[in-house]
Design a protein around this ligand. Structure first.
Ligand code: FES
Length: 577
């Protein structure tokens, strides 16, 4: 017999028989709610990122209906509300620019409304962190339901992965391996069902992060978007959130430091996106958990990558679900003492209780530790005079031969400069060079665009060169690959040392030792930076962009707005009608 919550938050709206109670209920009744719906039932918000401009989340209306059925069945009152939907594929200049905007929308919508618990309908890359950040700042009971990945892409009888196919075919087009018709013919087959990118890109990574953090029911991350079991899981999540309200199971009981460490290790095991480093930091800060780049180094670095999915490996999310999904991976982590077993999850059980018996049905998709894809798969944290506040590199997507490399810098001042010169056969570059791009960090290219995996010069592609070391303050799509150093902090726009790199400078990368060094003296570096600092840039222009530029933090701090960090709770002053 469950113990009912003494006093629901929503009773501040619907629980009185005075003028205010009358008004709150009366307006809601214009939707046809009968009176008994307002008599002490938990009110559950369904925070929906549905949008036809976010194709990955375009099936969320149907999914939300299943969530509603579950909420009704468990005795709650569902109320669906829209929030800003920042879809990766259409939104310019990048969906990351509006992640914090969406999180503000979520936070204020939850706090300002009669909501006792919330279902977070996440999908496309940035919607997952945005919704978790907003809900964490309110610390109400919350459960994540993601939209699930697309079915495997198909092109000429082969499985093809979202994004990863585009990067590969574009390089082939530039090297002359394929023609334009062949390139364009893959469009339809790559995205052939509802859902998010079917590779282990950022959306799939963040879905795995949500599940490993304990914020979703088991298997949420991998069930394909169009699989009937996705709809059953939505129904069950709707039922569960009602009980979570009765149990007062708020996010802060789930989002503990132990849960974040589980997520860091999971990211290594799945070969997850580098974007997770930024998003987990941002979510942790909202709930008041300390999480630093060193935690990735300390807890994640030695964890092997055992999930054989593109871009690090071969398969796609559909295969991953059929092989056992994330529970099978978490079980292997637990059996190798790499899981905080007692971390609480939204179903009220510990993460280990959820996964202890999880089967693995395909040991090529989800490998045993002794057959890992990469022995040390965790994201490498690099430091040195070129990145005093850190940079990241994803070993499972990189070339082992380039993980220790010294080369001559070929510098691009910004992304436009890169686009203007990279195809020029007279560019002074060879396969040992290091491509360096500046001014693509959180402020330099507002939103910190996913351009860090710079395509290689065509003249080298034609020679058969497939990878080079690339360094920037940008991010990289989770579907991309290569020996790519990202998130260099401080960024060039903030006069980090990256701003001082000149053509021909020698740079040393040692991923194993965690070093990224510009081979010039401290005095020369300081002198170069001092002359650059004369041109301080003031953010103007108005609108959201000005707010963004004045308040976004650096990559190592999660790129949140400085004034949004922290948990502000769900208390709100009453308003008088
Ligand atoms: Fe939406 Fe990849 S573009 S998940």
């Amino acid at each position: 017999m469950r113990e009912k919550n003494k006093r629901l938050r929503s009773s501040q709206w619907f629980g009185t028989n005075d003028k205010n109670g009358f008004m709150y209920r009366s307006w809601m009744k214009n939707q046809g709610f009968p009176d008994h719906q307002f008599q002490g039932k938990p009110v559950i918000g369904i925070c929906n990122t549905w949008s036809e401009l976010t194709p990955c989340n375009a099936h969320f209306r149907q999914l939300a209906e299943r969530v509603k059925q579950g909420i009704y069945e468990a005795g709650g009152l569902p109320v669906e509300f829209p929030v800003f939907s920042n879809g990766e594929s259409n939104l310019r200049p990048t969906a990351m620019l509006t992640r914090n905007l969406a999180s503000m929308d979520v936070e204020e919508a939850i706090r300002g409304n009669p909501i006792d618990g919330v279902v977070l309908m996440c999908g496309c890359d940035k919607t997952t962190p945005a919704l978790l950040m907003g809900a964490a700042s309110c610390d109400v009971p919350a459960i994540v339901v993601t939209g699930g990945p697309m079915l495997n892409g198909k092109h000429k009888g082969q499985d093809v992965g979202s994004g990863t196919l585009v990067w590969k075919m574009h390089e082939q087009l530039k090297s002359g391996e394929i023609d334009l018709n062949e390139f364009l013919s893959a469009e339809g087959g790559m995205s052939r069902s509802a859902g998010t990118c079917n590779t282990m890109g950022t959306a799939s990574t963040m879905a795995c992060m949500a599940e490993s953090l304990g914020t979703s029911l088991p298997h949420n991350a991998a069930i394909p978007a169009v699989d009937a079991r996705r709809y059953a899981l939505a129904h069950l999540s709707g039922m569960r959130i009602v009980d979570m309200v009765h149990e007062d199971l708020c996010l802060s009981k789930v989002l503990t430091r132990k849960a974040f460490i589980n997520a860091i290790r999971t990211n290594a095991a799945i070969g997850g996106s580098t974007n997770a480093v930024i998003h987990l930091k941002a979510i942790a800060q909202r709930i008041g958990v300390q999480l630093d780049l060193e935690d990735w180094q300390h807890y994640g670095k030695t964890v092997p990558t055992i999930v054989n999915l593109q871009p690090s490996g071969q398969y796609l999310m559909e295969d991953y679900y059929y092989a056992g999904g994330l529970p099978a991976v978490l079980r292997k982590l637990g059996e190798n003492n790499l899981l905080n077993r007692e971390a609480l999850t939204v179903n009220g059980k510990s993460i280990w209780e959820n996964v202890a018996d999880a089967p693995c049905y395909n040991s090529d998709v989800i490998r045993d530790f002794d057959r890992a894809l990469v022995k040390q798969g965790g994201i490498c944290i690099l430091r040195g005079n070129l990145a005093p506040r850190g940079a990241v590199l994803k070993p499972s997507a990189a070339s082992p031969a380039l993980m220790k490399h010294r080369g001559r810098a070929v510098v691009f001042e910004n992304f436009d400069d890169y686009k203007a010169r990279i195809n020029d056969d007279s560019l002074d570059v060879d396969e040992n060079s290091i491509l360096v791009m500046k001014n693509c960090g959180p402020k330099g290219y507002p939103g910190m665009a996913e351009v860090g995996n710079m395509g290689l010069p065509p003249k080298l592609l034609k020679k058969g060169i497939k990878d080079m070391v690339r360094i920037s303050d940008a991010r990289m799509s989770g579907t991309a690959f290569g020996t790519v150093v990202l998130h260099v902090a401080p960024e060039a726009r903030e006069f980090g040392p990256l701003a001082a790199v000149q053509n021909g400078d020698e740079i040393s990368l040692d991923a194993e030792a965690g070093i990224l060094q510009l081979e010039i003296s401290d005095e020369d570096l300081e002198q170069r930076l001092a002359s650059l600092r004369k041109d301080q840039i003031i953010a103007r222009g108005g609108g959201y962009l000005e707010l963004y530029l004045n308040h976004v933090t650096q990559a190592d701090e999660g790129c949140d707005f400085d004034f949004l960090i922290g948990c502000r709770g769900a208390d709100v002053p009453a308003h008088s009608h």
